[in-house]
Design a protein around this ligand. Structure first.
Ligand code: UDP
Ligand code: MG
Length: 318
């Protein structure tokens, strides 16, 4: 008897991916058919400026495995993924993968195999090698994951892991309960917990199009990650203040001692300037940190929907 819903859903966020989607879909289809269970793929068009949507629509006419969502504008990858996850009809679990073939679809076989064997809720793909990425990007990514592990506390972020992963229906349902606007998905995956397992893979270079993440947007992404993960930076002000206060107490002692022993010839303009500028800098910086959090609170309190959908087509699987 045929089930009403597909066993697996594959979520693919797409932003200006017209060059790669046809190739991607061919490879994905070949892989998913090998598993021998029912499946669907949900393409989320995240306000692409190229032909992405029309290509997806054409593909959907030929393949009933395809569902697609057209968001009303570009919302960014994190939200596009969320939109896709919201519309996953799967019974067993969901796979999240990039459209640009940097995450080879063939790895999905390993993800599902590991899930079947180990019965864990999350199987994430861990990068062994990042091909076609500059050493600077590799080094910054590595540093970022290191930092996140240090400050994460109870929430453990696996290193060298992107969004490419398998989630059981149970883990997916847990994830869907987290509706915050500032979404750092890797942090959310880690927050829900559940048993998880890693599968190693080599991250391939993009086969076409270009990455939409510049260093500036990566920096903002890191900020998003840190602020949504921990309130540690807010505490930094306390400690910097403490250190500066202790230091000034000590320095004050020296000045009193010197005045008593050597008298008080007026000097110290440079040190005065240094102290004023230093403290001014520290104060502005900590205000900036508070501002980062305040802005996020402001955005969350607006309680807007996470995304708006212009068009939805469901797969005919099930
Ligand atoms: N993406 C998206 N919305 C965006 C930017 C990217 O849906 O605003 C998608 C993109 O189509 C791709 C995935 O997110 O499938 C990863 O993007 P990209 O390859 O640019 O990132 P990188 O691999 O360089 O981290
Ligand atoms: Mg990519």
């Amino acid at each position: 008897m045929e089930a009403l819903k597909p066993d697996y859903s594959v979520i693919v966020p797409c932003y200006n991916e017209s060059e790669v989607i046809p190739v991607f879909h061919e490879r994905l289809k070949a892989v998913m058919n090998q598993i021998g269970r029912s499946w669907e793929v949900v393409y989320v068009n995240d306000g692409s400026k190229d032909q992405t949507l029309s290509i997806i629509k054409t593909l959907a006419k030929q393949d009933q495995h395809i569902a697609f969502l057209n968001l009303s504008r570009n919302f960014g990858k994190e939200i596009a993924m969320t939109a896709g996850l919201d519309h996953a009809r799967c019974i067993e679990g969901v796979i999240i993968i990039d459209a640009d073939l940097q995450d080879p679809p063939e790895v999905i076989l390993k993800l599902i195999e590991t899930w079947n064997e180990k019965k864990v809720d999350i199987v994430y793909a861990m990068r062994r090698e990042r091909l076609g990425e500059s050493w600077l990007k590799r080094a910054t990514a590595h540093g970022f994951y290191k930092l996140m592990q240090k400050i994460g506390g109870k929430v453990v972020l696996p290193p060298d892991t992107g969004d490419f992963r398998f989630l059981s229906r149970r883990a997916l349902n847990a994830l869907l309960q987290l509706r915050e606007h500032h979404r750092f998905m890797k942090g959310l995956f880690a927050w829900i917990g559940f048993p998880s397992e890693a599968v190693l893979y080599d991250r391939a270079p993009r086969i076409g199009g270009k990455s939409s993440f510049s260093y500036w947007s990566l920096w903002n992404f890191a900020l998003e990650g840190i602020t949504s993960f921990t309130v540690l930076p807010l505490r930094m002000a306390t400690y910097i203040g403490l250190v500066v206060a202790l230091f000034s107490l000590f320095y004050g002692g020296i000045i009193i001692f010197r005045t008593l022993v050597y008298g008080n010839p007026v000097h110290g303009y440079p040190s005065l300037m240094t102290v004023i500028l230093f403290l001014g800098g520290v104060q502005l910086m900590t205000m900036g940190v508070i501002g980062e959090y305040l802005g996020r609170i402001f955005n969350e309190t607006k309680q807007r929907p996470l995304y708006l959908i212009e068009d939805y087509h469901t797969s005919e699987i099930g």
